[in-house]
Design a protein around this ligand. Structure first.
Ligand code: FMN
Length: 324
């Protein structure tokens, strides 16, 4: 079965599972662990230490360090996350420029692009012989076709169940995956609430040929999220989650409660998001585990996560149907 799986073929991996990019809480160890287990690890933005003793490490050096570390830990394929700048707004693109430059320089071949299609960035990746796995924040059939036409190799269809910045339309994974599958010829990977093998089977039944998994991998030994955060996820339920703004959810904690109150009392969503990010957002809440200072962003299926496991065991569990 594996040899015929289109995602495995395009990505050169053994099992059709891709670990989702998760900003501060992915790093070289986690990416390499997923890739070594036969899936594909994805390095998110802000990965890696920002200081070496007292010395500040600049963005270019930091990204290069993490990519080199991944290469030292695995010879398997891995990807780098690119948050696409709006077309024509090049001044917003410093981080993207730096990431692309370093990634090309280091021979990275696979890219998970997120946001609206940016043809210039797509072209640059293609010119380097790169492979594009594209994810719209709010998936639509029109956007999926545009991405396909612009050169995307694989589309990720994101359901409202997901962790992170959620789609603007409340369309769940069960609805969006088959809708996107029917709208493009390139393979579709499902994401949003896939935390155990039942989610994987459902995704495939809906026409997806791979899964993109974020929240489940947070509760892994290799994820740099704090132990407090991992335990909080294990002991929380989907029904506990607070809507802290129009597009972010959090496990209840002191910080999330404060943001939810502000949002409920009428502070516009973008201003609440601004405050969340000024307070440190998932860096403080998830990387540092300070429950009074930052949010804990997860999907709505967290009841299914019961223990901390290695990335390899998570891959084995979710991909059990594909292991002969
Ligand atoms: C804590 C957290 C941080 C995230 N940060 C990013 C990011 O930096 N870039 C990105 O493209 N997606 C980001 N996402 C979204 C994930 O890549 C992915 O779409 C989502 O986690 C998949 O859904 P799941 O959590 O239901 O498995 C983040 C998600 C979480 C939970």
């Amino acid at each position: 079965m594996m040899n015929n799986n289109r995602v495995c073929k395009i990505l050169g991996i053994k099992y059709p599972i891709v670990q989702a990019a998760m900003n501060w809480i992915t790093n070289a160890n986690m990416v390499a662990a997923v890739s070594n287990a036969g899936g594909m690890g994805v390095l998110g933005p802000n990965a890696g230490p920002k200081k070496d003793g007292a010395r500040q490490i600049n963005t270019e050096e930091r990204i290069r360090n993490e990519i080199r570390k991944i290469k030292s830990l695995t010879d398997k394929p891995f990807a780098v996350n690119i948050i696409l700048p709006e077309e024509g707004m090049d001044d917003n693109g410093f981080y993207v420029r730096t990431t692309l430059h370093v990634a090309f320089d280091e021979g990275v071949k696979y890219f998970v692009t997120v946001g609206n299609v940016n043809r210039q960035v797509f072209k640059e990746i293609k010119n380097q012989g790169g492979v594009i796995i594209h994810r719209e924040l709010t998936p639509t059939t029109e956007a999926a076709r545009i991405a396909e036409e612009a050169g995307a190799d694989i589309i990720i269809a994101t359901g409202y169940d997901e962790g992170g910045v959620i789609p603007q339309q409340a369309i769940g994974t069960f609805s969006i995956v088959p809708t996107i599958v029917d709208s493009v010829d390139i393979p579709v990977i499902a994401t949003g609430g896939i935390n155990d093998i039942r989610g994987v089977r459902a995704a495939f039944a809906l026409g997806a040929v791979g899964v993109y998994v974020g929240t489940r991998f947070i509760v892994s030994n290799e994820c740099p999220a704090s132990d407090t955060t991992k335990q909080q996820i294990i002991h929380s339920k989907g029904t506990d989650l607070l809507s802290v703004s129009a597009n972010q959810r959090s496990i209840p904690n002191e910080a999330a409660q404060e943001y939810e109150n502000l949002y409920k009392n009428g502070l516009p969503s973008d201003l609440v998001n601004k405050k969340i990010s000024e307070d440190g957002g998932i860096r403080t809440g998830m990387l540092e585990g300070k429950m009074d200072a930052g949010i804990v962003s997860v999907n709505t299926a967290i009841d299914l996560i019961k223990d901390v496991k290695t990335c390899e065991d998570i891959v084995k569990e979710l991909m059990a149907d594909f292991i002969k």
